[in-house]
Design a protein around this ligand. Sequence first.
Ligand code: BMA
Length: 844
Amino acid sequence: MNKVTALDTQWNLSCKAKGISLQTDIPSTVYEALLANNHIQDPFYGTNEQKATWVYKEDWVYEKELILTEEDLQADELILRFYGLDTIGTVSLNGNLLGSIDNMHRTWEFNLIGDFKKILTLGNNTLTVYFKSPVFHGEEETRKHKRNLREFPWFMKSPTLKGISYLRKALYSFGWDWGPQLPDSGIWRPVELERVQKAKICEINSMQSHIYTPTENRENPYLHKPIHECTLNVSAPWKAFGKNIEKPSLETRFTLEGPNYHKVETSKEGKTSFFIKNPELWWTYDLGEPTLYTLRVELFDGETLLDTKEQQIGLRDIRLIRNKDTWGETFYFQLNGVPLFAKGANWIPEDSFIPRGKKLGLYAKRIDDVKDAHMNMIRIWGGGIYEDDHFYDLCDQKGILVWQDFMFACFMPPKHEEFIESVRKEAIDNIKRLRHHPSIAIWVGNNEIEGGWTSLGYGIRFRNYKKNYLRLFESLLPKLVQEHDPQRYYWPSSPSSHGGFKKPESPNYGDSHFWDVWHGGKPFSIYREHYSRFMSEFGFESFPVMKTIAEFSEEKDWEFQSEVMENHQKNGAGNKKILSYMENRFAIPDDFPSRVTLSQITQAEAMEYGIDHWRRNRKDFRCMGALYWQLNDCWPVASWSSIDYYGRWKALHYFARRFFAPLYASVAEHKESFEIWGVNDTREEKEITLDWWHYSPKGTLLGSKSKEYTLAPANSALLETVETPQGTERGVVFYTISDETDVIYEGFKILETPSTYTWEDPELSWNLQKWGEGQYGLEITAKKPAIYIHWESNSDAKGVENFFSLMPGESKIVEITLPEGESPKEFKETLRVASLYNLYTQRG
Ligand code: BMA
């Protein structure tokens, strides 16, 4: 039986020039190891980032004793496999070069038996991985190719490091408008030694075809429980090693296991088919169950098992629907016949020092956060990494779709052949690694390079790179997807109207990035004038949670323009812009913590404004997706994220839980009226009751109504238009949706800019009830309309409801859970409850 040994312990990391030598396990990076051994101060604290720049200017060497046995030396293949090497350097064994490395996104394999047998020794061998400074390499490449491809993107505060386009390395690490400039090096993914004897399974590739019919039920066309048949064709080619084996004796055993399904097929050719009648389909969690099947492939020589591979797969039919219509062309995902409105956010790497994020368990936490906020799609943005297998496993299990960019963003790639060849290998590695994941919906060529052609002037600056762009993103990558993952859609860029530099920013075709709010400085109301077919980016900045700010700064730094706060803001327009948008909407409190909270409310309002509008327009498929920029942070920073680096939810994430709810209502306010819209993203028709109450800021009830409606599945509808003629106080509308038994959605909308109102003290009262170990119920009551009620404490207590509003006399109980093992003392003693009124009045 073939054997795989992990080589993850007892590595030595050294830097000759600095006289550093230390022990480390891998996966890890240079920055991580230096931090763990106190060679640097935490670069995330204060302005320490600037003191840690020497690290990326040095060369680093990893070394390990590799023990080889007699069996290893007799193997047919002995593969030394690196799942990730960051980035430029060499791999050697016993002082002999195994190969050069130049691409962080690739898997590197060296067959020690085939090519290097003479250099192997029984017992101890020295394995060396040398990393050259990525920055020096970038500079060298720039000189060699006589073209500075660095185009300092206008939105960043300081230029990214030179040569970045020449490296196949996570771009964001060279500095981004939310990320520090800390390009790392290291063995960032696992390393293993695979011993192959006689034969091996090379890969598994499965293709599915589905036949299904909608139900007869015309009201619910998407409930096709129905006649559904799936054929799964699996191929698992093997390679046998001549001298040791008779090929005809090899047989592959395929096993498919799922709910009420277990079937074994055998084959001499390494391929087979399964027929599954009425399969349990893989759905996003909001449309059904994300059911997974186990596909196991075993290679036998007679009765002897030689090799085995296993995958979790999902049976589902996902398509990108592009039909011509009144406006242009639809752009939406259809999952198992159901049109899906994509709700979610853009994903960047979890940590500047990438492997640390996984060690801290951040993937599981973040994917839970995604689900808690009713998101069903995450876009992996092209300036980071092809994510860890664990990330996609979680998305498969939890029923979240992934929009997968190839790793190109904003910068023009070079055109020399070695680079193109490196990209080709990187693409094949990643397509093959990821194609079995049901969560991946689409492959996308790059982020904003096509768009930059017109909007950022790339068309002029890079005019002799056009052919190369088309070769990479409209020929090479789509061909590779077609060859290795033919059932998945390829889209050339984000945003794009379908390539060829034809109006990539068009609102009528393809996906859009809309930055008139924030980068363009326009008011939120501009969102309502923009109709996109699929909004894959738009965003607004805020500060991280106060507790997070306190972790990277001291009280003396708590000024928007202080050196430390400015170092933790990487967008050129930055903190000033946050403040100026806030001023347009609110009165500005004097104290820093209140300003921080208000910056988050401003951000949340901005996103809600756009998303409500695009969700209302799911009708007739006019807009079918809203993925805001950005979900997470890679360090503690003021940014567009809804969850900060330490996993703390900003106001936006609590808002998202409301504005992404599958069955919800939203209010569109006009000068002398307001509309209430209902959206039903589920597959079922819903009978609902809509209740609304219109209150003046002082608490006078100006109007109310209760009415029943039927909401069609996967659709939106205008439910009511309420006149508010001139002179009527604008105030706030509260609304609920109920089914036969309960209230299932609660919302509110302020009808005018809050700073124009004189808010009455809502006279909030609250009490905390202990429900169990670490479990509390926080009951909050308001006497007058209370807007943006929020609770916080010095503990990391979690509750999914926050930043809500209450009508006069109303109360709400928020369920709160303390972090495991934390004593309740701190939480109880520091718990604060406030509303917008208190931000203005009590803290200052
Ligand atoms: C988008 C992204 C990023 C950037 C963000 C905020 O366009 O693609 O490049 O961080 O804007 O400026």
